[in-house]
Design a protein around this ligand. Structure first.
Ligand SMILES: Nc1nc2c(ncn2[C@@H]2O[C@H](COP(=O)(O)OP(=O)(O)OP(=O)(O)O)[C@@H](O)[C@H]2O)c(=O)[nH]1
Ligand SMILES: [Mg+2]
Length: 444
């Protein structure tokens, strides 16, 4: 049967795969009511929560609560039904199969949200926020993304769009009706375009912190054997994740764990101690190669040396491997040496001394401007549109400053408007849409 992306009735499990108190099967499309009534004991009344039995040709499968939505209400803006059944995975799967049996087809990734967008229930920046909220690695990012869900970014983009649109209208009016409408002054256009540029830059300023909050950063702990890497790793995580012993070469594999540092998902990597390869046994050597790769792939490094010995020649060699990466120098075991080193963070994993400060320093290292609250969350696609809109506005501004023909200037203003419109999804190609929604989960 050929897939019809717009009119098929689609069905999917909307709750996580596994056992839970409740499982939800979600169906959307013109045949949702008809299909549901074939398996439900009652006739559906739109917008009325209904309790009844799910049946397969008379055989009782489960008791369920059904929520019938009539277009244009509900998430997708089409006729839709949510079936809430008991949370056993086999029951959920069985009911899903029944919806297929009577004419629904399996939903693709993000297809419910895609329909919500196509039916005008939300603009594209809000649809993208849905994915961000679902996949958020930290609470902070989830809350930030939720503000986009309620339209924060989209509202800001609309404001900028309107400012640009006013400029364009004034130019076009004078071009089309030269006898009746005076050309706007170049000084007026300059002032207005500068204001638009400032607003676009304001939103763009948060692109780096948006990326950091969305994707997180990788931070490797590196240093000589026994310097206290695994002890620090455990102290940062606040539980005994890695084995710690006084035998040099304890850690052989790289161990990764995610830590939420003030909303930033930081993946900390504990590595095998680096030392002269001649001293290391075969397994340790592999571990050390691995460590070098970990340093290369990470965004920042915590370089450790033992405060009891200070920086030795071997430590200096290891430090070179950090190769200009953002790096914090950390002197360990302060409780044993009592020595503090300048330009270093002096810690003791045993007593917890300076561990909280270190977390703060890690945060500053990976994203120095994150402290100023990230006001707008943007993604790569939106950032790309903002960059292009900015370029066009700057080109228009240069034209204004050279007092070019306003008809020509209007071309750049129009291009900027198109780019801003793309953020909200006013002009998007199927490729862009597919790329966005394939990152969703099934059932959303
Ligand atoms: N007193 C004290 N001992 C520490 C501290 N940090 C680590 N140690 C001890 O130093 C020894 C080595 O610690 P690890 O954390 O295993 O060192 P490592 O750098 O991971 O060592 P490798 O995995 O072998 O490379 C252990 O006996 C730890 O208990 C500290 O802050 N104070
Ligand atoms: Mg270790």
């Amino acid at each position: 049967m050929a897939i019809n992306y717009e009119t098929d009735t689609i069905s999917a499990i909307a709750t996580p795969f596994g056992t839970g108190a409740i499982g939800i099967i979600r169906m959307s499309g013109g045949k949702s009511f008809e299909i549901c009534e074939k398996i439900f004991s009652k006739k559906l009344v739109p917008m009325k929560i209904m309790y009844g039995q799910i049946r397969d040709e008379g055989e009782m499968i489960d008791e369920a609560v059904v929520l019938p939505y009539k277009a244009p209400t509900g998430y997708t803006g089409e006729d839709a039904v949510e079936i809430q059944c008991h949370g056993g995975i086999n029951i959920i799967k069985k009911i899903l199969q029944l919806t297929y049996k009577y004419g629904a087809r399996p939903a693709e990734r993000g297809e419910f949200t895609k329909r919500a967008f196509l039916n005008g229930k939300m603009d594209l920046s809000k649809a993208e926020a849905v994915a961000d909220v679902i996949h958020a690695k930290t609470m902070k990012f989830a809350v930030k993304s939720a503000s986009n869900l309620s339209g924060k970014l989209s509202q800001k983009i609309s404001e900028i769009y309107q400012m640009l649109f006013d400029i364009l209208s004034k130019i076009i009016a004078a071009v089309d009706f030269p006898e009746d409408v005076a050309e706007p002054e170049y000084s007026y256009l300059e002032e207005k375009l500068q204001a638009v540029i400032a607003e676009i830059k304001k939103v763009s300023a948060f692109s780096k912190s948006s990326d950091v909050l969305r994707q997180g950063v990788k931070v490797a702990i590196a240093g000589k054997p026994n310097v206290g890497k695994s002890s620090l790793f455990n102290a940062l995580l606040n539980f005994e994740r890695a084995i710690v012993t006084d035998t040099a070469g304890t850690t052989r594999d790289a161990i990764r764990e995610m830590l939420d540092i003030d909303g930033i998902p930081v993946t900390i990597i504990d590595t095998a101690g680096l030392r002269d390869e001649k001293e290391a046994d075969k397994i340790e050597k592999i571990g050390m190669d691995f460590t070098k790769k970990c340093i290369d792939e990470s965004d920042a490094v915590l370089f450790l040396f033992d405060s009891q010995t200070g920086m030795t020649d071997v430590d200096k060699e290891i430090f070179k491997l950090t190769n200009g990466k953002p790096c914090l120098k950390i002197a360990t075991k302060f409780d044993l040496s009592g020595k503090k080193f300048d330009d270093c963070i002096n810690i003791s994993s045993a007593t917890g001394e300076n561990i909280d400060n270190l977390k703060e320093e890690i945060k500053n290292l990976v994203c120095s401007n994150l402290e100023e609250e990230t006001e707008f969350i943007t993604n790569e696609r939106q950032q790309n549109c903002l960059d292009k809109a900015l370029m066009s506005c700057e080109a228009a501004l240069e034209g204004v400053q050279r007092e070019e023909l306003q008809d020509l200037i209007s071309i750049d203003v129009k291009t900027a408007l198109l780019q801003l419109g793309e953020i909200r999804g006013e002009v998007v190609t199927d490729d862009i849409l597919n790329n966005i929604f394939e990152h969703f989960c099934i059932g959303k």
